[in-house]
Design a protein around this ligand. Sequence first.
Ligand code: ATP
Ligand code: MG
Length: 244
Amino acid sequence: MTPALEIMGLTAGYGEVPIVRDFSTRLAPGSITTLIGGNGAGKSTLLRAVYGTNRIFAGHIVFKGEEIERLAPWDRLARGIGFVPQGRCNFPLMSVGENLKMGGYSLAARGRRAAIERVTAMFPMLRRKWPVQAGNLSGGEQQILETAMVLLTSPSLLLLDEPSLGLSPKMQNEVFATVRAIAAAGVTVLIVEQNVHGALLVSDRAIVMELGRKFLEGPASAVRNDPRIREAYLGGNIKEVAAG
Ligand SMILES: Nc1ncnc2c1ncn2[C@@H]1O[C@H](COP(=O)(O)OP(=O)(O)OP(=O)(O)O)[C@@H](O)[C@H]1O
Ligand SMILES: [Mg+2]
């Protein structure tokens, strides 16, 4: 099967400093992959490199059969890569409706209306909160709004950086359910998560990064059961929770 995304020997970073080194992986279409690693491991740097907002020193990123590592972020967006960065990224003083119109600014008016219909059908909360200032939504609602703003462009690959950070356990579960729904619609998802346990439960595969390099990769269930991962990221003897 042709991978949805193939990264080959990627070295990327900022200015003169490489952070991610010699990183390779392939993502299957419609799969969910979680990227795990300690603070500063290079997870956000890897997502930024796929989207095109930092420096690539070496390697290739192949998307839809084309090397994209030299393309600008807007060209990657136009080809179907969506990126929801770490932290809040809505327009807090604008309403939910205005934020969605901003998210679809690159679409023609008719396409934008249809896209907004599509994402608000997926997340009915956005219809209920349409006139509310985005900054007044709960953290989880803002995360869903930001994801919806990116989904307006119909990406086939979605990059999510720490979508559940700072959310209550209940909202975290809602975010993970959202990720599942997105992948069920055929979108390939690469997600960075601090809630390693929750993310592994919804993921097909997992990649562990240490000091900018790939340390381990495999099916999410195998990574979840790896003693090194349990020790470092899952607090040792976690209780088993049935996947599903
Ligand atoms: N804009 C930047 N300019 C220079 N160095 C940066 C920049 N952004 C990140 N770095 C450095 O790159 C390294 C990796 O950072 P990165 O944000 O990719 O880590 P991370 O794995 O996402 O960590 P966290 O879990 O804390 O979000 C860090 O040493 C960081 O200081
Ligand atoms: Mg990060």
